[in-house]
Design a protein. Structure first.
Length: 384
């Protein structure tokens, strides 16, 4: 009699191959392949960010970003404090209040922007369009006579905006888009976006603490024409004497940045260039998602949190597992203990599950090596 028909000894055998880089965190994300601190240009260290050398490096961070992303003429790029959070809040504090606001919420960070708009800025004319984790809000009711605030990719739900077709070209309000886990990994319709923010530590695997703020000419017009009624912290101020502070968009930062992090960012941009630009990083990210899609299709115990394939993120891939919440945590701990995958538990406010970063800095071979380990960890957790 075969006592091992449904539970063979091999069921609990560890896979033979581990990912060479087990860093699958959704931020800070894995460094680019071949990364070495020794490759960074370090002549700015110990120098003032206001020196000619410092300004040149910061100016390059702005101009190279615009060039590589292919931003339309007239779009401005700035390095600002506080990571993506600082960048989007700087934009909301500076521009909102001139019109009503439609704000889209379908995961924790977008919920945070709702809190800012409703409870902190206390704006009077606000429409909150909300969907649960795994879904995305219905775009049909969005009123583009209002300003519209939304995330492009819900980092904590694995749900992304499929395209910009729902945004009209003749809108009267501004579109403010938190795109921190989307820029450099997804095709962004820049002409539909008036404010775009992101941070270095996501798709590019850069360092934390600095945000990128991209403004369309329409956004600049709003800043110059509108002065909010509330006090404006120094780190949020983008204009002087009623005019946009143009120096901010040439590398003259509001406060002192880390020049080491700036060098790291410039290194990441050079890497994007070496891949053929944004098309290259998008292709790497989409190929990474395909590995997980094939695995999920072959295993009925694991599913995407995103209900619709069209809105499935190719960066922050969120998965649900047919286990109890404690068993899912056991899975993540086992994978970390074995040095196979670090930091892949679901975000604290999200449904229990796993979150695997599939941005461009992750190697497809590492994801392929990880998949059998997911099965192993699932079987181990199931037996607990």
């Amino acid at each position: 009699m075969n006592f091992h028909h449904s539970l063979s000894p091999e069921t609990y055998m560890q896979p033979a191959v581990k990912p060479q880089n087990p860093n699958f965190s959704s931020g800070p994300c894995a460094k680019r392949p071949g990364y070495s601190v020794s490759a960074l240009q370090l002549d700015t260290l110990g120098r003032s960010h206001r020196s000619a050398l410092g300004k040149k490096a910061l100016g390059a961070a702005c101009s190279e970003t615009a060039r590589i992303l292919g931003l339309p003429d007239g779009y401005r790029v700035a390095v600002v404090p506080g990571s993506d959070t600082g960048a989007i809040e700087m934009a909301m504090w500076s521009m909102l209040g001139a019109r009503g606001v439609d704000v889209l919420e379908w995961e924790s960070f977008s919920a945070g922007w709702v809190t800012d708009i409703v409870k902190q800025l206390k704006l009077p004319n606000v429409n909150v369009l909300k969907a649960d984790y795994g879904d995305i809000t219905d775009f049909a009711p969005v009123n583009f006579d209002n300003d519209v605030v939304f995330v492009w990719n819900g980092t904590t739900s694995g749900v992304k905006v499929p395209n910009g077709d729902w945004i009209p070209g003749d809108r009267k309000g501004l579109t403010l888009c938190d795109a921190t886990s989307a820029v450099f990994a997804m095709d962004m319709p820049w002409d539909k976006l008036d404010v775009v923010t992101y941070s270095w530590q996501k798709v590019l695997g850069g360092e934390g603490g600095h945000g990128m703020l991209i403004l369309s000419p329409r956004a600049v017009e709003r800043i110059e024409a509108y002065s909010p009624p509330w006090p404006m912290p120094k780190v949020f101020r983008m204009k002087s004497g009623g005019k946009l502070s143009e120096g901010l968009f040439k590398g003259e930062t509001i406060n002192t940045p880390s020049m080491l992090c700036v060098s790291d960012y410039l290194d990441a941009l050079q890497w994007v260039e070496s891949l053929g630009g944004v098309k290259g990083t998008i292709a790497r990210s989409e190929a990474n998602l395909l590995v997980i899609e094939e695995f999920v299709a072959a295993n009925d115990w694991i599913s995407f949190l995103a209900k619709d394939k069209a809105t499935r993120s190719n960066t922050s891939v969120c998965l649900t597992v047919k286990l109890t919440p404690d068993q899912v945590k056991t899975m993540a701990k086992l994978l970390e203990k074995e040095g196979v995958a670090y930091d892949i538990g679901a975000y604290k406010d999200a449904p229990p599950g796993l979150r695997i970063w599939c941005g461009a800095t992750v190697e497809q071979a590492d994801l392929k090596a990880l998949m059998p380990w997911l099965t192993w960890a699932y079987q181990q957790a199931l037996a607990t």
